[in-house]
Write a protein that binds this ligand. Sequence first.
Ligand SMILES: Nc1ncnc2c1ncn2[C@@H]1O[C@H](COP(=O)(O)OP(=O)(O)OP(=O)(O)O)[C@@H](O)[C@H]1O
Length: 456
Amino acid sequence: MTAEILIVDDEPDICELVAGILQDEGYTTRTARDADGALNAIKARRPNLVFLDIWLQGSKLDGLQLLDAAKQEFPDLPVVMISGHGNIETAVAAIKQGAYDFIEKPFKADRLILVADRALENSRLKREVKELKAISPQPSALVGKSPAINQLRQTIEKVAPTNSRIMIIGTSGSGKELCARTLHNLSARANGPFVVINAAAITPESMEIELFGIEQSNGSQSRKAGALEEAHGGTLFIDEIADMPRETQNKILRVLVDQTFHRVGGTSKVTVDVRVISSTARNLEAEIAAGNFREDLYHRLSVVPIRVPPLAERREDIPLLVDYFMEQISLATGLPKRTMGDDAMAVLQSHDWPGNVRQLRNNVERLMILAGGDPNAVINSSMLPQDVGSMVPSMPNGNGGEQLMSLPLREAREMFEREYLVAQISRFGGNISRTAEFVGMERSALHRKLKALGIG
Ligand SMILES: Nc1ncnc2c1ncn2[C@@H]1O[C@H](COP(=O)(O)OP(=O)(O)OP(=O)(O)O)[C@@H](O)[C@H]1O
């Protein structure tokens, strides 16, 4: 689809000229001579771009007023002002008021086309950013209502504005990076960069280049800013700090003391203003005791320690998280959201989740993909991967006991008794006397039981 451009000018010659140039470039155009015509055209169908004359003779609204009215209708509509020689100042005022740019009469065709291309490109990029933001909602969304997550949220809100160094402790996938981002977003550095460096994923040899950057050496390697420099004015998140080599630990300690360092191979000092947040899934005290981690560095980094509870300590958040991930995955992939059956949810809430929230998210995604077919079909426990169901008590007949978990005790007990007795009777070849003897009941009592359970 070609972009459609509305040209608003009281001079018919200018309208035609501009329209002709833009049409030659493949754009579709419409024209209007005054404010009413322009607003009607905009309301009838939002154009992709408007060229708007500042001086509109005989019009109810002048260019600036019309710009305002158009923006009220469509705040994201890109508008380029057409200014005469005498009203550049007004054109500048229009930009402050939300116009994208202006062109000055008389203009060359090249300039007109360039401005149109740029305005449309800018508008497209803005729209894409907006869409992406909608797909990946604010990373500060720490989902959950359990006392554990509420307490975590409160701690984060309290320490975020303080600039203190924070050590986030938690098992893999529990949300440490998400907490670090939330801390950054709630701090005075929110508009600065948030840079992540994963000490576990970088080889010890390249660790210092990644952190401190490198100066040009023998002309072979160009200068490269490291993570510390990139994070200037913002936050540096060092993930899995326990994996940082001893030598680098010494150097980072010095950076924390005086906020300066040398690039690898460099002689001049680089000064930065960076808040460091680090994380660990390992027990750092044990690493210190084993001589793998500097104790003084630990104290510098862990001014405020924050513990992220594993998912197994906040099972009540699982339904909310499942819903949140379904929404997110649906937006990102177009897969329909599904309804999770009570039995499936009960199993999800019983599982131990060694991989925490990340593992839960992966499972939700897998279920949405595998569910296929009918978007109204409910996801039940039999659709869950076997390892997820392994924590639920199993049934005597070898089937998963997932369904048990969605039932109140009395019904669950009945269901168990039924399966148990059917399995025992079958084991004793249908012989009720031997079954009664084995299960420890009177023969007559067993008969009554079987009748009550609807067996036989
Ligand atoms: N409370 C939460 N609400 C919403 N999403 C969450 C929550 N906790 C974690 N997540 C999501 O789970 C995934 C894993 O979280 P994150 O990467 O922050 O964990 P991590 O502890 O840093 O992991 P690792 O130990 O592997 O570095 C991410 O997609 C994150 O957005």
